[in-house]
Design a protein around this ligand. Structure first.
Ligand code: NAD
Length: 279
């Protein structure tokens, strides 16, 4: 039976370390979370981010904007935060109301404050292997892999999903660690056969229980990024009940990759503040 990684414990460890390091800074980092509109799921995510940011000793510089805000007015808010020296990190909570151009707003975030790692410059730096802020969820997966001492060099890693938020940056981070990387997506032929070749399988497809035991090599490390609400609570993209009979290591949903995302946001906010201290 597979080892089940306790993502909550690893995330708590990261948050505690960040809090200790924040306490040594002359000025606390300031994280500006921007929530546009009243999407209930986004409101919960932002509330958790703000709470954990405050618990780590950072300044919570939240902005809640009306859902009907114009592109120009939203851009003006991002510009103001971009030039505010008290703000060391900016997080624009996605998705935005459909009348807004999210990509254009993200591009107004200066790369040194881009704690979600989603601007073109941060993405380019990752692709080029240069230092920069990385997207939080794939970064959290890397921390979990290191926590269990996974050997990535030369290993065959398969990433299911190619979104800009998770799949693509995940593949880049694995490549940087000298893994052999295969990226699967909705047009991949015989997904299970490809996944069965993986020593490390990262699943971010957004399809409940897409990956079953037929798609897992015995002893493989399986990381489940998916989150779905069902009648019986949360589930992921992996059918964990059957997969754990075969895999060597699995992450549960909830309590696996999910808690790591906010922990890495705090880590990125600390990194951003260190590299561009408030003067
Ligand atoms: P997305 O919808 O933007 O991308 C999904 C990707 O999966 C696409 O590239 C698509 O080609 C691929 N895909 C879809 N169906 C497939 C199939 N049947 N076979 C193979 N590939 C398929 O989603 P996303 O933003 O990357 O998020 C993926 C999942 O991760 C979602 O469930 C989301 O809720 C979850 N998520 C969790 C966290 C976290 O903090 N744990 C963060 C972000 C996203």
């Amino acid at each position: 039976n597979a080892l089940v990684i306790d993502g909550r414990a690893v995330a708590a460890g990261v948050r505690a370390r960040v809090a200790r390091e924040v306490a040594t800074l002359p000025t606390p980092p300031g994280l500006a979370t921007v929530l546009i509109g009243d999407d209930p799921a986004s409101a919960i995510y932002v509330r958790n981010k703000r709470r954990q940011c405050a618990e780590a000793g950072m300044r919570d510089l939240h902005r809640h904007l009306p859902g009907e805000i114009t592109q120009e007015a939203a851009a003006a808010v991002v510009d103001e935060l971009a030039s505010d020296p008290q703000v060391t990190g900016i997080l624009l909570q996605l998705p935005l109301p459909p009348h807004l151009d999210a990509a254009a707003l993200i591009e107004r975030i200066p790369p040194e404050k881009d704690v979600d790692g989603l601007t073109e410059r941060s993405t380019g730096r990752l692709a080029l292997g240069r230092p920069g802020l990385r997207p939080c969820t794939p970064e959290g997966v890397m921390v979990l892999l290191d926590e269990i001492g996974a050997v990535l060099e030369g290993a065959h890693t398969v990433v299911v999903g190619r979104s800009n938020l998770v799949g693509k940056p995940m593949a880049q981070l694995l490549l940087q660690r000298n893994a052999t990387v295969t990226v699967c997506h909705s047009r991949t032929r015989d997904l299970a056969a490809v996944c069965r070749t993986a020593d490390v399988l990262v699943v971010a497809a957004g399809v409940p229980r897409l990956i079953g035991e037929d798609a897992v090599k015995p002893g493989a490390i399986v990381l489940d990024v998916g989150i779905h609400r069902t009648e019986n609570g949360l589930c992921g993209d992996v059918d964990t009940d059957t997969v754990r009979e075969i895999a060597g290591v699995v992450t549960p949903v909830p309590g696996g990759v999910g808690p790591m995302t906010i922990a890495m946001l705090l880590q990125n906010t600390l990194t951003a503040a260190r590299e561009n201290p408030i003067t």
